[in-house]
Design a protein around this ligand. Structure first.
Ligand code: GSH
Length: 209
């Protein structure tokens, strides 16, 4: 498989964690967002949205990180990213969507660029915007997370694939994760797992380009 992504992209980071948790080998092909490579014709042939990641498996091209993670789970069921029980699955998806659908999109590069170039907000206001929406999402998660090692019990899954990249982004913008005890606990547990460590932005080849 080939993963087209960017080291700092949280959506790419989610898929890296998922591939690593499944123990799947893949080639990592960087798409430099700061150089707008995601908008070039060659990349848009994979993902017409001009967003990373895209996962290529033979003649199959998959886009949208959550769809990719669920496809990986269906095609490589062990270890599972979602619990077997329907209600537990819905609960894990709801937690994951908070991070991946409600928090991340409004701090995506294209949104931040629009806020700055079209609406004229300052760097400081941009940071305030990012922190505000992460804080709101994290406060809700704090109320929903049970005191167990991971959201679905003993092993990390779909939610942790989405949460850890969102934490990375929060820390980049100066937030203290210790203010969110349940999220902090999951962060520390994931930091012990090689699949998460290997997926970190600083461990990707394009982090030094
Ligand atoms: N919902 C999409 C979001 C993808 C996305 O927002 N990717 C970002 C990086 S995390 C991107 O490519 N941004 C480029 C841009 O905004 O121009 C997914 O989960 O795959």
């Amino acid at each position: 498989m080939e993963l087209h992504g960017y080291f700092r992209s949280s959506a790419s980071y989610r898929v890296r964690i998922g591939l690593n948790l499944k123990g799947l080998d893949y080639d990592y092909l960087p798409v430099n967002l700061l150089k707008n490579e995601q908008r070039e014709e060659a990349y848009r042939a994979l993902n017409p949205q001009g967003l990373v990641p895209a996962l290529v498996d033979g003649d199959k091209v998959l886009t949208q990180s959550l769809a990719i993670l669920e496809w990986l789970d269906e095609t490589h069921p062990q270890p599972a990213l979602l619990p077997a029980d329907p209600l537990a699955r819905a609960r894990v998806r709801a937690l994951a969507y908070n991070a991946a659908i409600d928090i991340q999109p409004i701090q995506n590069l294209r949104v931040l660029r629009y806020l700055q170039s079209e609406l004229g907000i300052s760097d400081e206001e941009k940071t305030g915007w990012i922190r505000h929406w992460i804080h709101e999402g994290f406060c809700a998660l704090e109320q929903q997370l049970d005191p167990q090692p991971f959201a679905a019990g003993d092993a990390p899954g779909l939610f942790e694939c989405c949460l850890i990249p969102q934490i990375y982004s929060a820390e980049r913008f100066g937030m203290d994760i210790a203010e969110y005890p349940a999220i902090h606990r999951i962060m520390l547990a994931c930091a012990e797992i090689p699949a998460f460590v290997d997926a970190r932005p600083e461990n990707q080849p394009d982090s030094t380009l």
